[in-house]
Design a protein around this ligand. Structure first.
Ligand code: LFR
Length: 573
């Protein structure tokens, strides 16, 4: 028999794509790109400046074309599509009116209008109260904050439903309105412990901000990733030339799909649960920015801090390694079994661990760690590092000036630079908005009293050194807060192809870096579909032994590993 075929729609901030996933023998996925289209924030002038919007209709056009092509390519491989799934960047949404039509083009989270909102919200609902429920790191553009700004606009009055971007596309494909939980967890409106809408918090926001009084009524029912939403609607069948193919709610936050598509190591069973003993005085976990990568400093828990940082006293799965909910004996004795951290490296770098329960403590909040929800009850415990956005914006600026760079040549030249000279804090919201990035980066270096890179290779090296330093700092903090010892770092997404960045990351963390797959999000998307429609079953490693039992995350990741060429970078010092 031929392969099973699935179409993964994966929308990123700079491009969207449709990938055909051909699952061979239930063991290996071959990805074929059947559509790619540009994406990016579009400034739309207003009397007092400009709003930033996404052109979701352009994306929709690209999706329809890509799905049609996916059907054709699948047929050429002797297969017909068995599923469609959509993932995208998080937090942004479309509003539908009572008829189900889009009220306005969705706003982009980088819109500077959102920047002051968080403080207005924190003045009425303290940040600590929000964190205790939603577990989200402070980001100025979390959906809840965007909504406060949006609700003041006349268009909002016409809103009947709020759909996050992937849910909006799924609705256009099926006619069904749902909120898939991995992405909904980035809205700030979901309870991270119960994986349900945080009703008391939503009511509270409605009382504090009258424009949001009807917010609960805009939110659709939550579904877990892996739910079959319905067949392509008759209209969508016509538009794509496809049949009544099942549309699956995959882990629709692109980062959630990317973590599914990361070949994290298999779990090691816990022999004995260890009691969590809260410490009254957690050591601060955010360290000052280092100017040079640290040598010989293992990124591991010291065994002395933040035992109280974990709410669960049960077992916690970390990077596929089961550990206990506290700083473990394993961490302090330096046993060779350790956990793996991941870096989902694209426009953003999402740096952290996979856990099986949220960490909702003050220490975690102060360190800027988020608890987004993942597949199969997991938690993405991570921090957003500004990512390749800063470098890509420099490239775009140089191209706009008519003097575009050859990427490979630039990276070679950056590799030959001395390095470690200029390391700035990429968490600075000054980097958030688009435009004029080389100047903004050098201004930040000046403000920090650091050497100002004088050439493009020097600036490139400074950006990548700053990224690697941020990765090391974040991984060290995650290890401390979750109480685990980290022995390996996985880099997936576009950044996994940047050999210089991977090398700098290995050196900055002092840990081996395993790079790949590039298309982790598309792979994760395909695998969740395959399992949902009953193709990935009978996994001996799931331990259930039951015939027809769906594969666990480990079983899905076996397919990831078998489908990817991974590159390993050892630290050189
Ligand atoms: C990555 C990502 C991040 C999210 C940011 C904004 O593409 O989804 O996880 O924080 O975009 O939505």
């Amino acid at each position: 028999t031929g392969p099973a075929a699935f179409a993964a729609v994966d929308l990123g901030a700079t491009s969207g794509r449709v990938m055909l996933g051909l699952l061979h023998d239930g063991a290996r996925v071959e990805l074929v790109e059947t559509g790619r289209f540009a994406n990016g924030p579009i400034p739309v002038p207003t009397p007092d400046g400009a709003d930033l919007h996404w052109d979701v209709l352009h994306l929709w056009r690209g999706i329809l074309d890509g799905l049609r092509e996916a059907g054709r390519v699948a047929a050429a491989h002797g297969a017909s599509l068995a599923g469609i799934g959509v993932d995208s960047w998080a937090v942004d949404y479309g509003l539908l009116d009572a008829r189900g039509a889009l009220v306005a083009s969705p706003r982009c989270y980088r819109d500077p209008a959102f920047l002051p909102v968080a403080d207005e919200v924190y003045a009425r609902v303290p940040a600590a109260e929000l964190y205790a429920v939603n577990g989200l790191q402070h980001l100025p553009f979390t959906t809840a904050f965007q909504l406060v700004d949006d609700a003041a606009r006349p268009a909002f009055e016409g809103a009947h439903d709020l759909l996050l971007i992937p849910d909006l596309i799924t609705c256009w494909l099926t006619g069904v309105r749902v909120a898939e939980v991995t992405n909904a967890s980035t809205t700030g409106l979901v309870d991270a412990a119960t994986r349900t809408w945080a009703e008391p918090l939503i009511d509270r926001l409605g009382r504090e901000f009258p424009g949001l009084a009807g917010l609960r009524g805009l939110l659709p029912d939550l579904v877990e990733a892996g739910t079959i939403i319905g067949p392509l609607s008759a209209t969508a069948q016509k538009l794509t030339g496809l049949g009544a193919i099942p549309v699956v709610a995959v882990a629709s936050h692109d980062t959630a799909s990317a973590v599914v598509g990361t070949p994290l190591p298999p779990p090691t069973p816990v022999v004995e649960p260890v009691e969590t003993t809260p410490t009254s005085n957690p050591t601060p976990v955010v360290e000052p920015v280092e100017t040079t990568p640290q040598r010989d400093e293992p990124v591991a828990s010291t065994g002395s801090t933040t035992a109280g940082g974990v709410v669960s006293t049960g077992s916690t799965t970390v990077g596929g390694v089961v550990s206990t909910g506290s700083t473990t004996a394993e961490a302090s004795t330096g046993s060779t079994t350790g956990a793996a951290a991941y870096i989902s490296s694209g426009t953003w770098s999402l740096v952290g661990l996979e856990l099986d329960a949220p960490v909702l403590t003050e220490a975690s909040r102060e360190a800027g760690f988020t608890n987004e929800l993942g597949l199969d009850g997991t938690v993405r415990y991570l921090h957003n590092v500004m990512g390749l956005w800063v470098f890509d914006e420099c490239l775009r600026e140089w191209a706009r000036s008519g003097d575009a760079e050859d990427l490979d040549e630039l990276l070679d030249a950056a590799a030959a630079e001395p390095g470690g000279l200029t390391v700035v804090d990429l968490d600075d919201p000054a980097f958030l908005a688009p435009g004029d990035m080389p100047r903004r980066f050098t201004a930040a270096a000046e403000r920090a009293g650091q050497p100002v890179p004088a050439t493009r290779p020097a600036l490139t090296r400074a950006v990548l050194d700053s990224l690697a330093a941020a990765y090391a700092r974040t991984i060290r903090a995650a290890a401390e807060l979750a109480g685990v010892r980290i022995t390996q770092v996985h880099v997936v997404g576009g950044g996994s192809q940047n050999a210089l960045l991977c090398r700098l990351t290995a050196d900055a963390t002092g840990l081996p870096v395993v790079a790949g797959p590039v298309e982790a999000a598309a792979l994760g998307n395909v695998l969740v579909q395959a399992r949902a429609v009953g193709v990935l079953v009978d996994d001996p490693s799931s331990g259930s032994g039951a015939a027809g039992a769906p594969r666990g995350l480990g079983g899905l990741r076996d397919v990831v590993a078998a489908s990817s060429d991974l590159v390993r970078y050892e630290p050189t010092h």
